[in-house]
Design a protein around this ligand. Sequence first.
Ligand code: TYD
Length: 152
Amino acid sequence: MLQACYFLCKEEIKEMNKLLSTQIIHFPKILDERGNLSVLEQWKQIPFEIKRVYWIYDVPGGEMRGGHAYKTLNEVIVAISGSYDVVLNDGSKEYRYQLNRSYYGLYVPKMMWRHIENFSTNSLALIVADQLYNEQEYIRDFSAFVQLMQQA
Ligand code: TYD
């Protein structure tokens, strides 16, 4: 009985931690009749030092990007234009976020399996990361990822 309770509590705590660390960030909106402006800065809206920015564009209809986790890298994903879904999996549960505003960012912490799908026409995904590109950072095998999360 005590064993079962301990297991449940541990699982609940793990889930709460994931939800707390994955979050929507609101960027400032400077409204102007000439057109609006939003901004992100490291250590302000972005909770880390920005080491790399890349973007995904010209995604053909029905395609998906991602399909991996990072061992230690944290990132913020912004729908600069259009919309798409960021689908996260912490090894036991899936979370779906539709991004469709250029003044929202999704903070995705390390060790979160993620893929991006349902790209609208002409959508533009901007990804801000706290590390330079390093293939060694990737976990590209979902079952290996789940195994690692179960050991954690
Ligand atoms: P990848 O991160 O696997 O794309 P996604 O997860 O969005 O589908 O990257 C695809 C290719 O692009 C990969 O072979 C390496 C290259 N790449 C870089 O050279 N630098 C980068 O910063 C990124 C993100 C990818």
